[in-house]
Design a protein around this ligand. Structure first.
Ligand code: PMP
Length: 397
């Protein structure tokens, strides 16, 4: 029989499946809120001007494409450290090991592989719910993955007591995956006082914090969104940070990210870096040049950097505007829902509170596509589609 006769068909990715269904829908008024990308006010994926200008300069001075070092472009790694950790003692002392990675996903996988080499018996805790790839990613690295309480449907906020309680029960060495900001899928973030409790639990139980920062600059600002990282720095513990520039640079397909591991000393960071390089070397040898070079040039040129911060603020502001408009127009359309949670949430996503049956009706009857969990992408709303979305939501809720 065929070599592949016993290969089973894997379940398809639920969100990509939703996209296929959307593309096949003949309804001209259809709206796709299932995606995880930022669209501009015209419903288009933006090409940032800072990116365009960096690429133009690169095209005018073309370079041969040798292999990059295993850990990527040195200036890129340094720029990421500065962005994520600021002007901190850890950066100055050379205590952070940073490697260029294939997006945030690649960074998470490199970190998971390193952690598995360090302690294959460690448990992994992710938020309930979490980005759907967190579980699969850590499982594929060999870990058993469970979750800590996070979203509380009653308050439409974070169950901080439940979360901290679970961390306080966790075995020493447990890896805790945390969303730095703009929680995917709920949009509900921890408040500063909540972070203090999380850091204290991680520290007292000797847990390993793995901060996933996929949306820096999409919540309240670059520095504001990185606050959790600084709290862990102040606590003086070792921890992991994955960075993604997919959203903040609108460079999804270039796969630009980084993994940083904060260590106790420069010597320790050197050993950790050597192991990270081993993980990279045995997976894909070394990372690609183009996207990381763009990000390096933007982050390190004062003009392009200012332009980027401006464009990022524009995306952030538009999301906030859409949140306010969604809440207002739902009210105006006679919705009986308490919509205050919509503007309390941060980032691209909102847990709308609608259930799977209601989400299905949104799709089937109105061509409004969101995820069955109730997650909608607020960053895909615009003045041209919001009224149709509001009208449909009011009809199914
Ligand atoms: N973490 C979270 C929480 C995400 O939402 C995403 C992307 N949707 C990622 C990681 C992965 O980022 P990237 O696309 O850069 O791999």
């Amino acid at each position: 029989s065929s070599l592949f006769a016993a290969v089973e068909l894997a379940p398809r990715d639920p969100i990509l499946g939703l996209n296929e269904q959307f593309n096949a829908d003949p309804n001209p008024a259809k709206v796709n809120l299932g995606v995880g990308v930022y669209f501009d006010e015209n419903g288009k994926l933006p090409l940032l001007r800072c990116v365009q200008q960096a690429e133009q300069a690169m095209a005018e001075a073309p370079k041969a494409r040798n292999y990059l070092p295993i850990d990527g472009i040195a200036a890129y790694d340094a720029a990421v450290q500065k962005l994520v950790f600021g002007d901190s003692a850890a950066v100055r002392d050379g205590r952070i090991a940073t490697v260029q990675a294939l997006g945030g996903t690649g960074a998470l996988k490199i970190g998971a592989d390193l952690l598995h080499r360090m302690n294959p018996e460690a448990k992994v805790l992710i938020s309930s719910p979490s980005w759907e790839n967190h579980r699969a990613l850590f499982e594929s690295a060999g870990f058993v993955v469970s979750s800590y309480p996070y979203y509380d449907p009653a308050t439409r906020g974070v169950d901080v007591d439940g979360m901290v309680g679970a961390l306080e029960q966790a075995a020493p060495g447990t890896i805790v995956v945390l969303h730095a900001c703009c929680h995917n899928p709920t949009g509900c973030d921890l408040l500063p006082a909540d972070w203090d409790r999380v850091v204290a639990a991680v520290q007292s139980r000797n847990l390993v914090a793995f901060i996933d920062m996929a949306y820096q600059g999409f919540g309240d600002g670059i520095a504001e969104d990185g606050a959790a990282v600084h709290r862990f720095l102040e606590a003086g513990v070792g921890f992991f940070v994955s960075t993604s520039f997919s959203k903040s640079f609108s460079l999804y397909g270039e796969r630009v990210g980084a993994l940083s591991v904060v260590c106790e000393s420069k010597e320790e960071a050197g050993r950790v870096l050597s192991q990270l390089k081993r993980v990279v070397r045995t997976n894909y040898s070394n990372p690609p040049t183009h996207g990381a070079q763009i990000v390096t040039n933007v982050l390190t040129s004062p003009e392009l950097r200012a332009l980027w911060e401006d464009e990022l603020a524009g995306m952030r502001g538009r999301i906030k505007k859409m949140r306010a408009m969604l809440a207002e127009r739902l009210q105006a359309a006679g919705s009986t829902m308490d919509t205050s949670f919509i503007t309390r949430q941060r980032g691209m996503f909102s847990y709308s509170g609608l259930n799977a049956a209601q989400m299905q009706r949104l799709r089937d009857e109105f061509g409004v596509y969101g995820v069955d969990s109730g997650r909608i992408c607020v960053a895909a709303l615009n003045e041209g589609n919001i009224d149709a979305v509001v009208a449909a939501m009011v009809k199914v809720a």
